[in-house]
Design a protein around this ligand. Structure first.
Ligand code: ADP
Ligand code: MG
Length: 699
């Protein structure tokens, strides 16, 4: 490293310090106001910012700029324009205007819109999001933007995320005012996403069509050793991996991404990276960038970084833990239990709101993490179950219970202001019960939503979380807003008590992986939406559409279009997996199997010539197994082909997705089972692609 970290950090970001240095004072102030208070940005300010941005970018070697956005593909998109502007005499100057900074007009026709964008109006708009800083990557100035259609519907993941942050801010601030925290003017949500990933050798990757086309292995027998020895988690980093992580950290730091923690994960070849948390919107942008850099840096090191939720069957998949909290503009983390009673009141109200929100919108939270890839994890004893519940830890649960049980607490407390003093003397430290089996766990001063798949954009889950909590806060607010000041403490306590008792069914501190929990959850009336096709229809239920429209997060049209996109995406994913599996089986697996059958037959024949002398029983047995297996695989592949073709014809998108789930996936699994049994019989060098053991233990 030629530069020291503090110097390196954020060196490619148009951050606050650069803005202050480069912008005239009044312009800087106006921009800050837009960023901090969401005020409208005037064109003259935009023009001045554009000039400063361009100057800074050019000084740092940039020749192009791009509006960077997050369409519904789940990836990011960019189209680059150079700064050059011809001025006659074959000369150019570098130019960039406020208009170009603020608005772009990419062709939207090739991005998923779920029927939103009529084909005759293919134009889409990108609009600068000044709350997420611009940065330089590969000689281009990246401007974070929101992406919408001609008629203003959101076509991306950022727009609704920003809307959800706004609604939460409004709702939370109102509640704080009622509670006497009148100096708070806004509340932002914060997110720290822990990102898991696999590293495998690039040469191995190139030989596996399944990894190339689908991101996961569709065939592959388990090696003699998997993760059962638990020797990889937090294990010493191998030099090649350490070098990769080091390089990755540096790249992320340059982009102002505060990469903080890195370690080996449970599965062989699996690792994790976590940054320091940030405002949700920035954290979401940074997580997209992190995933991109993980892949890019891997390439430089002769690796491929796999972000799929389940690259290897039988071995833990990858998730993303979404650490989430709310914090005021005055710097208070609202989910910090705190030390003084008054803060505890605020904490208890916000805690109640989260519990209420998670219980009432558990279906939406489940939906927000649903994907074909994540279906392999949820409920598979390596990730939280598909049932959404909250882990609070014993201390906090006890406190809440004592609040519920204490019938006379209001009388006792009536004359004093401190509802917290007696019930909460002992819990301002993180209780740190580490229940890894809970999908939604309180971890000291934040909640950790653990059901996200590794490749998922964090936007979706946070949109749901923010909006649901905003709604819960609104309902609490309605009950408190007309209470006179002297009666407030009593009213708040009563409200907390009622809210907790109404929603305590969602609290579960036990083992989320156990079968008893599945039964218990059913008794409690909690959702258990096992697969993506099970989960998606909740999106368009009245209660949920109302939530989103009421809070201005999605219009009804946007909800339905997103629902369509998700269904389509699911079906397409399984369709491609099916075709890839058929392709590998027909062109690689069966020919390899046949080759070995030939070898064994030849040897059987040769032995037969000597039959009087040598027994051929073992060879015959082997031959029998191989040819039976060959036939089975062959037939199952035909069945998969026929069923996939039939499924493709189903025009209703939900029925279509269900058929991919019920029929096609099942066919793929059956085919794989037999093929993997056969693979275990083959000599090492017969298959034209690397096996699990080659990929997982040599990096
Ligand atoms: P663990 O693996 O033990 O869960 P990590 O340290 O790997 O913990 O990750 C914890 C994540 O939670 C980090 O990204 C951290 O910045 C984030 N975090 C801490 N406080 C908050 C907060 N108030 N809001 C959001 N995220 C937070
Ligand atoms: Mg964690």
């Amino acid at each position: 490293m030629s530069k020291l970290v503090p110097e390196l950090y954020g060196s490619l970001v148009f951050n606050d310090k650069i803005m202050r240095d480069k912008l005239p004072k009044d312009i800087y102030k106006a921009l800050r106001k837009t960023i901090d208070k969401n005020t409208h940005l005037e064109l003259d300010v935009a023009n001045a910012v554009a000039i400063a941005m361009k100057e800074w970018a050019v000084e740092n070697g940039a020749t192009h700029f791009t509006h960077w956005f997050q369409p519904m593909t789940g990836y990011t998109a960019e189209k680059h324009d150079s700064f050059i502007s011809p001025v006659g005499d074959g000369e150019v100057i570098m130019e960039f205007s406020g208009k170009e900074l603020v608005k772009g007009e990419p062709d939207a026709s090739s991005f998923p819109s779920g029927g939103l964008r009529a084909t005759f109006e293919a134009r889409g708009y990108t609009a600068w999001d000044p709350t997420s800083p611009a940065f330089i990557k590969d000689g281009t100035l990246y401007i974070p933007t929101a992406f919408c259609s001609y008629s203003g519907e959101a076509l991306d993941k950022k727009t609704p995320l920003l809307r959800s942050m706004e609604t939460l801010s409004k709702s939370a601030t109102r509640v704080l005012h009622v509670l006497g925290e009148t100096d708070v003017t806004s509340v932002s949500t914060t997110v720290g996403p822990e990102q898991e990933y696999f590293l495998i050798d690039k040469e191995d990757y190139k030989k596996r069509k399944d990894l190339i086309f689908t991101g996961r292995t569709l065939l592959g027998a388990m090696p003699p050793k998997g993760q059962e020895m638990e020797d990889h988690y937090f294990g010493a980093l191998k030099p090649r991996v350490a070098a990769y992580m080091h390089d990755l950290d540096e790249e992320l730091w340059k982009l102002g991404i505060p990469a903080k923690t890195k370690h080996n994960e449970v599965a062989p070849a699996q690792h994790e990276l976590a940054p320091v948390f940030d405002t949700t919107n920035v954290a979401a942008d940074h997580n997209q960038l992190t995933m991109e850099m993980m892949k890019k840096v891997a390439d430089r090191h002769g690796f491929v970084c796999l972000l799929h939720e389940k690259p290897f069957d039988g071995i833990n998949g990858s998730g993303k833990h979404n650490n989430w909290s709310m914090s005021t503009n005055t710097g208070v983390n609202l989910l910090n239990p705190g030390k003084t009673p008054s803060e505890n009141t605020v904490f208890l109200v916000f805690l109640s709101a989260v519990i209420k929100a998670v219980d009432e919108y558990a279906d939406l939270l489940r939906l927000s993490v649903a994907s074909a890839g994540n279906d392999h994890r949820l409920g598979a004893n390596e990730a939280p179950p598909a049932i959404i519940s909250i882990f609070l830890g014993d201390d906090l649960t006890e406190i809440l219970e004592s609040i519920i049980m204490k019938e006379d607490v209001t009388d006792v407390k009536a004359e004093t202001m401190d509802i917290g003093a007696k019930v909460l003397p002992h819990f301002y430290r993180d209780t740190t019960d580490r229940n890894r089996t809970s999908p939604f766990a309180f971890t000291g001063n934040k909640f950790e939503f653990r059901s996200l798949g590794s490749s998922l954009s964090v936007s979706g889950p946070n949109i749901v979380l923010n909006t649901a909590v905003a709604e819960a806060l609104d309902q609490l607010y309605e009950e408190l807003k007309d209470v006179p000041e002297e009666k407030m403490d009593k009213a708040v306590l009563k409200l907390i008590r009622r809210t907790i008792s109404e929603h305590k069914r969602v609290i579960f501190n036990g083992n989320g992986y156990s079968d008893e929990w599945v039964e218990e959850a059913e008794k409690r009336g909690l959702y258990n939406l096992k697969s993506t096709p099970d989960a998606l229809p909740v999106f368009i239920q009245d209660k949920n559409v109302s939530l989103f429209t009421k809070h201005g997060v999605f219009t009804e049209t946007e909800v339905f279009s997103r629902y369509e996109i998700l269904l389509e995406n699911y079906s397409k994913t399984i369709h491609i997996e099916s075709l890839t599996l058929q392709d590998m089986v027909k062109h690689e697996f069966l020919p390899a199997l046949m080759k070995y059958i030939d070898t064994v037959s030849t040897s059987v024949l040769k032995r037969k010539e000597l039959s009087e002398v040598l027994p051929v029983k073992a060879e015959m047995k082997m031959l029998g197994k191989l040819s039976e297996g060959y036939e089975s695989v062959f037939d199952l592949c035909d069945k998969l082909k026929a069923d996939t073709e039939a499924t493709e014809q189903i025009s209703d998108s939900l029925e279509n997705a269900k058929a991919y789930h019920d029929v096609v996936i099942k066919d793929m699994e059956e085919l794989r089972t037999v093929a993997d049994e056969m693979e275990a019989l083959l000599p090492r060098d017969v298959l034209p692609y690397p096996r699990y053991e080659d990929m997982l233990f040599y990096v």
